[in-house]
Design a protein around this ligand. Structure first.
Ligand SMILES: [Zn+2]
Length: 136
């Protein structure tokens, strides 16, 4: 129910974006396709789609992608992930999904992912910039 409504709303608000069922989540920025899987947890699917839509917003904003070292590259990738979570969350209002329950669940999922990115970091220098983009 929630998911079907979200798909209809995305088509209306973001006509350039195509949603495609897949066995993975992802965003193809060249073709503006959001890949999603219909799992048993509908709310998790909704939240994951919002994150992928967040990638679309980051990609179409004039974000600076310039990096000069592999470390900066690693930091940039994670920074973009964090921004996609932040943008995705700001869309809860846009899609009338801003109930305390959904907001709380989004926060939990977002924190889980962001913590996993930070844990995976070999170089801890970008942790500070991650938290800066997280606070926005
Ligand atoms: Zn992502």
């Amino acid at each position: 129910m929630l998911l079907d409504k979200l798909i209809v709303d995305i088509k209306q608000l973001y006509p350039a974006v195509t949603l495609q069922k897949s066995n993975v989540y992802g965003y193809d920025s060249d073709n503006k396709i959001i890949f999603y899987k219909r799992g048993s947890n509908e709310l998790l699917t909704v939240i994951s789609i919002l994150h992928e839509l967040g990638h679309h917003v980051v990609h179409t904003s004039n974000h600076n992608y310039e990096v000069s070292t592999p470390t900066e590259m690693q930091c940039k990738i994670i920074e973009i992930e964090v921004m996609a979570w932040v943008y995705g969350r700001s869309m809860l209002n846009q899609f009338q999904l801003n109930t305390p329950e959904i907001d709380r669940y989004y926060t939990t999922v977002q924190a889980k992912f962001i913590n996993s990115y930070i844990k995976a970091l070999q170089n801890k220098k970008c942790v500070k910039s991650i938290y800066l983009s997280y606070d926005n």
